[in-house]
Structures are given as C-alpha cells and as structure tokens.
Design a protein around this ligand. Structure first.
Ligand code: FAD
Length: 455
C-alpha cells in the first residue's frame, strides 16, 4: 500500500503556492471554420486585460491533471502563466480516484480503439512522469518505500482476457492481429493461460494475453502527477521560462458563473458532475453510470496466494491484482444513477457481489475463497457510441454559458470507462487548443457532439 508520509489522507493533503518572477506575452488566434467552433474577438474583456494568462481547471481527476500538466508544459516560454485547480474533495476525489486502474488500448473484443496508439503513448508518458516523481521521493526517504522493489504506482504483469463467448471468438482473433507493437496481444491456449494464472478457467480453450498492459494504483498515480506538476513549475523557472504559478483550491464550484477570478479560460473537467452544473445540465449527451468495486483479501488461514508473476484478468468482471493476497473485483453498471458518493452501503455492496462474484468466479473459481473486506464506488460519465466508438466530449462551450468572452469555457468530459487511456493525449490536445484559443486543434471526432446537439 502506498501512502504519502506527510499527507496520509485526501483531506489533510497540503497544497503549496509557488510563485516565480514573470515576463509577459499573449497569443491571440482562434479559428471559426464552422459554426460550432469557438471564435475569438479582440474586443473581449479577457483579451484586453493586462497581466498573466490565468486558467481555472475545474476537477482534479485524470482529465483535470492531464490538462494542468499540459498547460504548464506547452505554455509559451515567454508567457506568465497561472493555473488554479478547483476540486471540492482533493486530488482524485471523483471516479479517477477509485478507478480499477486497468490500462490498455483495446475494446472488450480486443479491437484497437480510436487513435489507440496516440492515447497509449501519452498515457505511458504521464505515467512515467508521475512514477519518476514518486520514485525520487522514495529515494530521498520522503515517501514510504514499496515492497520488493515494486513501483509505487504500476503493477507490470500484463492482463489476460479469456474468451468466454463463442460468437466473438473469431472476431477477437482477427482484432488481435492488428495490435500495437508496443502493446501486444498474444492468443494463448489453455495450458499457456494456466501457466500464467494457475487454476484459471478457460472455457473456450483460448485467451488473449496483453503482456505490456498495466494495472495502476489510480490514487497514487494522481498524487504523483500533481507533484510532478509542482516540480515542473520549479524546473521551468530554472530553465528561464517566464513566471509559472500553480494553486490548488479545495472548493466546490456550484456553477460556472459563480466562479470568481478573471480567467482567460475555464476548463471543465468535472467528470460525471459536469452534467450537474446549471449551465450544462440537460445539454450534454452524457449518461451517468455508477460502478462499485469490491476489495477482496485472502484470509490468514488460506495458503493459495495469487502468484507474484501472474497478470490481472479481464472478463465480464475484471480482477485487478494488488498483491498476493489482495484483489479488486469490478465493476457494476448502475445506469442513470446520480449518486457520486464513494461510500458504499452494506446493501449496495452485497448487491454488487451478487453480480460480480458469478462473473469473476467463472474465470477464476478460487476467488470464491477470498473474503470481501470493503467496497468503493464512482460515477462514470458515459458518452454516446459513434462510428469511432465511445469518444469523450471536448471543445469550447461558450455558447452554453452567458459570456461575452470568446474561447473562455472549455469542456473535457465523457471519459466513460476508459479515462486512463484517453486522459493523456486528449488532455494535451485540449491544453494546446486552450493556449492558442483555437478549437480546430482538436480532432472533429471529439467536438462533433456539439453539432449533433444543434450547437
Ligand atoms: C468503478 C469504476 C471503475 C473504473 N475503472 C477504470 C479502469 O480500470 N480503467 C480506466 O481507464 N477507467 C476506469 N474507470 C473510468 C474512469 O474512472 C473515468 O473515466 C475517469 O475517472 C474520469 O475522469 P475525470 O477526470 O473526467 O472525472 P473524475 O475523476 O470524476 O474527476 C472529477 C473531479 O471533479 C471534482 N468535482 C466534481 N464536481 C465538482 C464541483 N462542483 N466543484 C468542485 N469540484 C468538483 C470531483 O471531486 C473530482 O475530483 C472506472 C470508473 C469507475 C466508476
């Protein structure tokens, strides 16, 4: 278990204000190539204000922290840049903090997802940055050491997906042939699959092994990424960049217009709760879906540990291995729930286990001997299915907010069940669009939802 020595809980996390000497410069360009694209007007009040470029990022989950990292990273060297993060709970207070942590670029039928190569590459990049930051703290003795030289963030044992549906098996075999070279999918038969996970049930004598797929401790990852953002601010100053400033405000933002502060842009990364904002309520093509994850431990009297080399398992339920005697099993799908609480009642937990246990035990029967020790939940923001799959919603949303400033309000939501994969690359695209006030920098597949909504 990874714990921060100074700040063991979310609520007691200490936020630091960092300020560095400044220089000034501004860039004004904004495309209006078609009606839904944001357009920049030089008479807008934000553009005429003299001072640093100020950005508010609402939400400190995967989406928000990726945007923050990329704003800091890609802001021009001459620009004085200030980023304020707002989150009512703290880092990873929403769905990101409870995510199962399974990361690979494939659909359930092991098909490479839309722009899977770019997404995979950027997720790995952010992951390495966060991991490097935490390892540095471990080496300095400022962070709890991790058992057996393990990473404080990632379990690198791959993921195994047994085929459980005869109908999909041929399609999965075909899809697997188009896998990425740096995230391979190897079809394996029963014996090889059982070598990887002893006692695995392989009903159709075929499984798909993704040796490079990862299992991430989402909360540690987010903490590492936030610290990396803080470090970046300091490093950029040493490299001669203009003033960079990063502030964290543990505050609720009940509505966009109640957010005080003269911001050049406000980036909404509130996950499912973007739909709760009065300005956006009923206007986004998102469905909310609550998911419960159960925490299972192997009792002291049980000797059949999960082998140290064995991958996590994906099936109708997934088993994200945390250690030899600790597994997370997920997840349920409670569509249209508005309950975003992380807390799970005893009733909800037992209903979740009724759903999860049969699914998990159909591929890993030994799980029945493990004991449920707790459960957590989160609310997903599910986007519509398009010809390219379920894609997050990005873009400028000025038209939803009563604002006179062009290119001011931006949305990054609808990461669905694939936030870990999407957040890195899409956060980079969005940050670049915000910095240059040019929505055309975002692929139209991610902004076309606005056209469909008549915007
Ligand atoms: C049970 C479960 C398992 C999952 N497993 C995986 C997985 O294995 N792999 C994967 O890739 N994805 C997984 N996901 C999906 C993933 O968690 C989401 O796609 C991702 O977390 C969305 O990130 P986000 O930053 O958009 O939203 P969130 O993480 O929800 O972040 C929103 C933030 O905004 C804050 N906030 C909300 N409203 C306000 C307000 N009014 N004022 C101030 N702050 C506010 C919240 O506190 C929160 O910190 C899972 C999701 C669930 C629910």
């Amino acid at each position: 278990m990874v714990m921060f020595t100074q700040n063991p809980t979310l609520s007691s996390w200490k936020w630091q204000k960092i300020t560095i000497p400044l220089l000034l410069s501004r860039r004004h360009s904004c495309s209006s190539s078609f009606s839904v694209r944001c357009s920049f007007s030089s008479s807008s009040s934000a553009s005429s204000r003299v001072g640093p470029l100020r950005y508010a990022v609402l939400g400190a989950g995967f989406a928000g922290l990726s945007v923050v990292w990329n704003l800091l990273q890609h802001g021009s060297k001459e620009s004085h840049l200030c980023v304020d993060i707002y989150d009512e709970v703290g880092i990873g207070g929403g769905a990101s903090g409870v995510a199962g942590g399974l990361l690979h670029p494939y659909s359930p039928k092991v098909k490479l997802l839309w722009r899977g190569a770019e997404c995979w590459k950027e997720s790995l990049n952010l992951l390495n940055i966060a991991e490097g930051t935490l390892l540095e703290l471990v080496n300095k003795g400022k962070h709890e050491t991790v058992e057996n030289g393990e990473s404080p963030i990632v379990r690198r044992r791959g993921i195994l997906r047994p085929a459980v549906n005869l109908k999909n098996m041929r399609m999965m075999t075909q899809n697997a042939q188009n896998c990425l070279a740096n995230c391979r999918i190897e079809p394996v038969h029963e014996d090889a699959a059982r070598y990887l996970v002893p006692n695995l049930s392989v009903p159709l004598n075929l499984a798909f092994y993704m040796p490079e797929a990862l299992n991430i401790n989402a909360q540690s990852y987010l903490q590492g990424l936030y610290l990396a953002c803080e470090n970046l601010v300091n490093e950029m100053s040493a490299l001669g960049f203009a003033h960079r400033e990063l502030n964290f405000h543990q505050k609720s933002v009940p509505s966009l217009l109640e957010l005080t502060g003269d911001y050049d842009a406000v980036i909404i990364c509130l996950g499912a709760r973007a739909t709760f904002l009065p300005e956006l309520s009923g206007k986004l093509p998102l469905r909310t879906c609550r998911g419960v994850i159960a925490n299972l431990q192997l009792g002291d009297d049980m000797s059949e540990e999960y082998p140290a080399h064995s991958p996590s398992i994906l099936s109708d339920a997934w088993l994200a291995v945390q250690g030899a005697r600790h597994i997370h099993v997920g997840s349920t799908w409670d569509w249209n729930s508005r309950n975003y609480s992380r807390e799970v009642t005893a009733d909800e937990a037992s209903m979740a286990m009724e759903v999860l246990l049969p699914k998990a035990s159909s591929v890993y029967p030994a799980i029945k001997k493990w004991t449920v020790t707790g459960a957590v939940a989160g609310l997903r923001a599910m986007p519509p299915v398009t010809a390219d799959g379920s894609l997050p919603l990005l873009g400028c949303v000025d038209e939803y907010v009563n604002t006179t400033n062009a290119c001011k309000y931006w949305l990054f939501a609808g990461l669905g069940a694939r936030g870990l994969l999407f957040h890195g690359w899409l956060g980079k695209l969005l940050a670049r669009a915000v910095l240059s006030r040019d929505e055309d920098l975002i692929p139209c597949e991610l902004t076309s939802w606005k056209q469909k909504m008549g915007r």
